[in-house]
Write a protein that binds this ligand. Structure first.
Ligand code: HEC
Length: 503
């Protein structure tokens, strides 16, 4: 996600380096296999690395290589020209399970440090998140120093780490499924934290002696600086409202009280008493946003001054155009839907090539994935001639054919967890295809849909209060009559009678 000091590169690189890389596909060993035509640029698509196991973080290293973490606990680098791969470090303390493992990484541009964050399981089975600093030598990472250790959980551990233009370490954390931690200034969870390179608290942080930079976050999955120093973060919402936030010093983002914009009556009332910073974008149905990077290179003029955002559930690349001040969003286009599967992270090379990391060997792959080559690092690089190449479709339009309501709601709100075939994910999301709750008395089913359920130790079923009576009845009817289930339909009136009276 991070670039190697993009603001300095034009000065650091001899002009010849930039000029020599105009030959379409020639400067790389890997063949260009397909292409995407934008208005003024054609992008060639090639696979730089395959057979990886959830490359969680990809970033441009000081040596012109792509540095990457894999979720099980390794740090490697790859030469983007030859595809040659080198393992740098294995961290045995990493606990990988579902969304947990070795996550973010940042290579400091001016200090000899690499920052890594991962989850660890203690002998008593409690889970912690750690931010660890390694000293970078000639292809070595040594002398690990734990800078922060704080509560983790079986989900919602974030996280990303990035070095700011001020040389400080910015580290985004998840709420560890304790939503009360997010607003609490005394807790490290649900925050963007800011540290000096040595791990101490910067003197100009908002609260003296406190790592907190911003608070009220649920589960940040992507973080990037623009060229004028604005910080953005992508964040997973609950059942609704994934967000893109413009992160500002001391700002409060109000999770769990406000999801997305303050558009519900209870959210408006809360915002009247507790001023909060709304997101610059929110997505309902959710897309599961992941890694982001800022793009402003003339190599791909169509995408200048944009945030590039990879999505997991959406399995796509969102290109989000910013205003000149880079503090609000002008528009959004969506590319590659379902083409490569889940996209976990993005990085941009000094030449303006874009690299995407797939995440199809994680715990929740989409239909048809992983393919044998997964996981991959894929390159998008301008080419002059797309003759003979498969052309990929342009940006996604709104769904053209209206689908029946029940299946559509299921697809938007339920399928990410319970899956298209209703079989769920063993150990995480229950199957609905032979569930007695689904086919039994409507009242119990509707109560779960309206109010959610937290009886499972690991995952929660979100509450769907925000859907209309019609929508809940439609999705309930759909799951009662799919995958071999044969229970009768549910009427909207049945939903209405179960809603809690307004406070
Ligand atoms: C974020 C993941 C997630 C989403 C999205 C989700 N669920 Fe669930 N669902 C769960 C989990 C986890 C449970 C188990 C909860 C528990 O045991 O407390 C569950 C339980 C259920 C159950 C009870 C099943 C049983 O046999 O006990 C039903 C029915 C159900 N969900 C239907 C739905 C429907 C319909 C939707 C969409 C409107 C939906 N879920 C969306 C995670 C999800």
């Amino acid at each position: 996600m991070k670039k190697w000091l993009p603001y300095l590169l034009p000065v650091l690189l001899p002009a010849g380096v930039i000029l020599s890389c105009s030959g379409p596909g020639k400067r790389f060993n890997q063949p260009v296999t397909s292409a995407l035509a934008l208005d003024s640029t054609t992008l060639g698509i090639s696979t730089v690395a395959e057979g990886l196991n959830v490359p969680w973080e990809i970033c441009w290293g000081p040596d012109g290589h792509i540095w990457f973490t894999e979720q099980s606990g390794t740090v490697s680098k790859i030469d983007p020209v030859t595809g040659e791969k080198q393992l740098l470090l294995t961290i045995p303390e990493v606990y990988r399970h579902r969304s947990l493992g070795l996550l973010g990484m940042a290579v400091h541009p001016t200090e000899p440090y690499v920052y890594l964050d991962y989850t660890h399981r203690n002998p008593d089975s409690s889970i912690v998140s750690r931010l660890v600093r390694y000293t970078r030598g000639n292809d070595t990472l040594t002398d690990p120093k734990i800078l922060l250790e704080f509560p983790g959980n079986t989900g919602h551990n974030g996280s990303r780490v990035i070095i700011g233009p001020d040389g400080k370490v910015y580290f985004s954390t998840g709420d560890a499924a304790h939503d009360e931690f997010a607003g609490d200034t005394a807790k490290l969870n649900g925050k963007v934290l800011r540290l000096n390179a040595d791990g101490s608290v910067p003197a100009d942080n908002p609260y003296p002696g406190n790592y907190m930079w911003s608070r009220g976050h649920r589960n940040i999955q992507g973080i990037a600086f623009t060229d004028n120093g604005q910080l953005f973060a992508s964040e997973h919402g609950d059942a609704t409202d994934d967000e893109l936030n413009h992160i500002q010093k001391a700002a409060y983002y109000a999770w769990p009280h406000i999801e997305g914009f303050a558009d519900r009556a209870d959210e408006k009332a809360y915002a009247d008493t507790f001023p909060f910073t709304p997101p610059v974008m929110a997505w309902t149905p959710t897309i599961a946003p992941a890694g982001i990077d800022y793009y402003n290179h003339p190599a791909i003029r169509d995408w200048q001054n944009t945030i590039l955002l990879g999505t997991l559930k959406g399995a796509s690349l969102h290109v989000i155009r910013l205003n000149d001040a880079r503090d609000s969003v002008l528009d959004e286009k969506i590319y590659f839907t379902q083409q490569f599967g889940r996209i976990r992270d993005i990085c941009v090379s000094p030449e303006g090539d874009i690299y995407l990391a797939t995440s199809n060997r994680d715990w929740n792959p989409g239909k048809g994935f992983p393919i044998p080559a997964d996981d991959r690092i894929i390159r998008l690089s301008p080419i002059r001639d797309a003759k003979g190449l498969t052309m990929l479709p342009g940006p996604a339009a709104a769904p053209a054919t209206p689908v029946a309501k029940g299946p559509a709601i299921y697809k938007s709100y339920c399928e990410a967890c319970h899956k298209a075939d209703g079989k769920g994910v063993p150990g995480s999301f229950p199957a609905l295809d032979q569930s007695k709750v689904v086919t039994g008395k409507p009242e119990a089913l509707l109560n779960i849909l309206l109010n959610g359920s937290k009886s499972s130790a690991t995952e929660q079923m979100p509450a769907f209060q925000f859907l209309s009576d019609d929508d809940i009845a439609a999705v309930a009817t759909h799951i009662r009559s799919s995958w071999g289930n044969k229970a009768n339909a549910v009427a909207p009136e049945a939903v209405k009678s179960l809603r809690k009276p307004a406070k």
